[in-house]
Design a protein around this ligand. Structure first.
Ligand code: ATP
Ligand code: MG
Length: 423
């Protein structure tokens, strides 16, 4: 893409909602735009990142047998009354439609998915089943903040699994943990599996917590075996000995919750009367689990982890583009034309090689501004074509996280970029 044609460009002024690195940099770099507290538009660059995260999530959910569906975000009051959650979920957005009919915007989808799957799954032979969706969720968070970390409308992947017995659910639950770790690793962040309160039906749920000073959760994590508990349930305090290994010490750590999985048992199948015919023909209650990841929160978390004082540093796996090609101006008309022509040729060649490139082809912008924008936007590899590099038949090569650039000859550049993409 040519940067000159991108309608949403960088912005020098720090945004008013810039209370965290992700809010500040994503807004300034033209990735997202705030409509109101807790609701953002994804601009072209930001949407590319969000879509890449969702793609990784989809691949890992399909790998554990998840079948993708898309449920309505608009849901009737009745299903929430069935489970008693119309009044107990304090963040539920409620609306009134024609004729006084009441609705809620989905904050989670157990109330929709349980009676849905119930319509198709009748016998023990039909189990297990796992369905998931990626959809915007709505929560009337009292304090929407920290950019993408806590929104009122945000992206969630929610998967629901249905089993004949607890043992089968537990086995799937363990499999999902590995799939979740894969998702976060592929997005370039660490996640610590953390015990958290599971509510009435199960002792624990498990959160996936990414350590960072900007996190609003606090966990205790063993410095030896990584066993972890959320502070909200925990009997540990900082410096306690770990009960799961020999000699580990529990350390208080600030984190962001990027995912959460719950053994639901019969919590939702019971109120909907969801049973299947067992082998002997008698009804057996269905056992459920649910599994959430926030792709938009993951995007914000990646920025919290991967940035410096100049801007963002995207991991290759989710970067909006892999190469940021910068062509610089010249006082000499002929040279300027030559630079543009070479840059255009390189842009085309990289495209042919299947490499996605953002080309800063703007004419009226100084080298300093272009470099500052490249650092802010944070594409993994910057290539610069200037009078100086052309005189040597080369391109300046710099990875986002490196301080020093070096020259690569124009002849070798495509091959080197291909190596960079694959490594
Ligand atoms: P939190 O404790 O942070 O409020 P939660 O435990 O209520 O989150 P879940 O219901 O477990 O969240 O939702 C699954 C995932 O959705 C979370 O792990 C997180 O990644 C994401 N998520 C939840 N609430 C928000 C929000 N307000 N904004 C962005 N992402 C969110
Ligand atoms: Mg949670």
């Amino acid at each position: 893409m040519r940067y000159s044609t991108l309608f949403a460009k960088t912005n020098k002024n720090a945004p008013s909602d810039g209370d965290s690195a992700n809010a500040r940099f994503l807004v300034q770099a033209g990735f997202i735009n705030q409509l109101m507290a807790g609701a953002y538009t994804y601009l072209p660059l930001g949407l590319r990142v969000l879509d890449r995260i969702k793609k990784i999530v989809r691949e890992e959910m399909q790998a554990i047998g998840g079948q993708e569906i898309l449920m309505p975000a608009l849901t009737p009051k009745e299903v929430w009354e069935t489970t008693g959650r119309w009044d107990s979920i304090d963040v539920l957005f409620k609306l009134e439609g024609a004729g006084g009919k009441e609705y809620a915007l989905g904050s989670t989808h157990e109330e929709v998915v349980t009676p849905l799957v119930q319509q198709y799954v009748k016998s023990y032979k039909d189990l297990p089943v796992a369905v998931y969706q990626i959809q915007d969720k709505f929560r009337n968070e009292p304090r929407a903040k920290s950019g993408l970390l806590r929104g009122r409308e945000f992206s969630m992947k929610d998967l629901y699994s249905f089993h004949l017995n607890e043992e089968d659910m537990r086995a799937y639950y363990e499999k999902s943990k590995q799939a979740y770790l894969n998702v976060f690793h592929r997005c370039g962040i660490d996640a610590i599996i953390t015990e958290a309160s599971g509510g009435v039906f199960s002792k624990y749920s498990h959160e996936f917590q990414t350590p960072t000073e900007s996190g609003e959760d606090v966990i205790y994590v063993c410095d030896k075996c990584q066993y972890a508990q959320n502070r909200e349930i925990s009997e540990y305090k900082d410096g306690d000995t770990c009960s799961k290994c020999d000699g580990g010490v529990m350390r208080e750590t600030k984190t962001i919750e990027v995912g959460n999985i719950f053994p639901l048992m019969e919590k939702f199948s019971e109120p909907f009367g969801f049973t299947v015919a067992g082998e002997d023909g008698k009804p057996v209650p269905v056992i459920m689990g649910c599994y959430g990841i926030g792709p938009s929160r993951v995007m914000g978390t990646v920025v919290e982890i991967h940035h410096d004082d100049r801007g963002m540093c995207w991991p290759k796996s989710i970067a909006p583009f892999l190469v940021h090609l910068v062509s610089l101006g010249s006082k000499d008309d002929e040279k300027r034309e030559e630079i543009l022509e070479k840059a255009g040729g390189l842009y085309e060649e990289l495209h042919k090689a299947g490499v996605e490139v953002l080309w800063d082809d703007r004419a009226e912008v100084t080298a300093g501004e272009k470099f500052a924008d490249a650092d802010l936007i944070g594409i993994p590899l910057r290539l610069v074509l200037s009078e100086k590099t052309l005189a040597e038949g080369s391109v300046e090569w710099k990875r986002r996280e490196e301080k020093e650039a070096h020259l690569v000859s124009l002849q070798d550049i495509i091959e080197q970029v291909e190596v960079f993409v694959k490594e």
